[in-house]
Design a protein around this ligand. Structure first.
Ligand code: ZN
Length: 453
């Protein structure tokens, strides 16, 4: 098998073979959450996609050879606004959202990144990078603000393929009297009243969001690293600005070699947005679905394609996992999976292709010996599925049943009595009633058993 990894690189817009700078020390930076509100299903997609990329890279290059950095933006205008609306302090808000975010990561069975830096722990380095930019005349101070001088960086737009004239015409720039040019963007801004602030050469203030990622990626991965990821909504202006800041401050020609962007999630074909009122929080789904159901649903489409979220998708994924759990066996040896089975994942993280492999391995395992079942379970484990025992999977489902076990057994008895007196109409009615409550009954050798649908 061709064991090379291929990725769709947004820089240049084509699928490319992944050539690491140093195979023994691979760096991946992914923009993490801005912690102003509970995580929603749109935030979950990059969590899972880059978790899988982390696993694939570790599989090829070794567990210790990959450094995965995912930051936490804990200072931002959105955070200040949200703390005012919620009437709680910024610290209380951010700590609370970070806690929920970590709970959601665990629920979705995502591995912890190697580093998870917070923006507020890196303010000094941010001030230092701004100083470097001012020194190189790539930035200027104006009325306690510091702006990046976009026209000083001739490659601006290399990622998003936008040019400055288009941006101004499309009103994609924030207007301000303090700027020398409308396309310039903020690196530092003053804080007013009770807003959080840090001392700086330009007065008390706080960093701009784009700067945070340039600084935190440099701290952990150096000036040039392998992969930068995030949602495609971040391409412009966030990632474009990161490139501009980093290349100019570090005086380098390359920032990240591969830019990997996941596509959007729509809700029943509509764009998910606050104004539409169709934001689905991960916490809303926790009671109803096991995290594995969400995980499978989120990888059911290729990361570069939009994914439509709906009840039907969730139900289908739950059914698939129910079926797959029939072939679950605990596995202790992790080396069982074969390269050929991983091929779709090496090929630009083709998760639907890998799901097809899982179905094939399941079909082979279902009537066969333990070894095939072990192989199937290992393959599921590789992508973060079937990570719980059968008991855990079913006990989660039992928790959501409307009927108690006692009720179910009593219904089965009533049905058996009905069948005894040949009242098949009543027997079918009871059977359907149980089915509506998620209970499937099976008659075999004169015995009736039940299982969760
Ligand atoms: Zn970022």
């Amino acid at each position: 098998m061709n064991k090379d990894i291929y990725l769709s690189n947004s820089l240049g817009n084509k699928k490319e073979k992944f050539n690491p700078i140093n195979p023994k020390n691979i760096g991946m930076y992914v923009c993490g959450p801005t912690v102003y509100d509970d995580p929603h299903i749109g935030n979950a997609r990059p969590l899972i996609i880059f978790d899988i990329l982390f696993k694939v890279l570790k599989c090829k290059y070794g567990n210790k050879s990959v450094t995965y950095v995912r930051n936490i933006t804990d200072i931002d205008d959105k955070i200040i606004k949200s703390s005012k609306e919620k009437k709680i302090s910024i610290t209380e808000l951010t700590l609370n959202v970070i806690k929920k975010f970590h709970e959601d990561c665990e629920y979705l069975n995502c591995e912890t990144p190697t580093h998870e830096p917070k923006a507020t722990d890196n303010i000094e380095l941010m001030i230092s990078m701004i100083n470097d930019l001012i020194e190189g005349e790539f930035a200027y101070e104006s009325e306690q603000h510091v702006y990046f001088r976009v026209n000083k960086f001739k490659d601006y737009g290399m990622l998003s393929n936008k040019n400055v004239a288009d941006l101004i015409a499309g009103s994609r720039v924030e207007l301000s009297d303090n700027k020398q040019n409308p396309e310039d963007f903020v690196l530092w801004k003053p804080s007013i009243d009770t807003e959080p602030s840090w001392d700086s050469p330009w007065g008390k203030g706080r960093p701009g969001w784009h700067l945070e990622c340039s600084v935190m990626s440099k701290r952990y991965l150096g000036n040039t690293f392998d992969i930068h990821g995030g949602g495609r909504d971040l391409i412009f202006p966030h990632h474009e600005n990161e490139i501009a800041q980093s290349l100019c401050a570090n005086k380098t020609k390359k920032f990240a070699n591969y830019w990997v962007h996941n596509n959007f999630i729509t809700m029943s074909k509509e764009k998910m947005s606050k104004s539409q009122g169709n934001i689905l929080k991960i916490s809303d789904l926790k009671e109803k679905y096991n995290g594995q159901v969400l995980r499978l649903a989120l990888i059911s489409a290729h990361y570069s394609q939009p994914l439509d979220w709906n009840e039907k998708l969730m139900d289908e994924c739950e059914k698939t996992l129910n079926k797959w759990y029939d072939c679950y066996v605990p596995v202790y040896k992790k080396k069982l999976i074969q390269d050929k089975d991983l091929k779709p994942l090496y090929d630009d993280l083709n998760t639907p292709g890998f799901i097809a492999v899982l179905h094939r391995l399941f079909d082979k395992a279902k009537d066969n010996n333990k070894k095939d079942k072990e192989l199937f379970t290992t393959a599921c484990n590789f992508i973060g599925l079937l990570n719980q025992s059968k008991e855990e999977w079913y006990s989660f489902k039992k928790k959501n049943l409307k009927l108690s076990e006692k009720d179910i057994l009593s219904k089965i008895n009533q049905r058996n009595e009905a069948r005894l007196i040949k009242n098949y109409e009543l027997a079918d009615k009871i059977r359907n009633e149980l089915l509506d409550n998620g209970i499937l009954i099976e008659d075999e050798d004169g015995k009736t058993t039940w299982k969760i649908k």
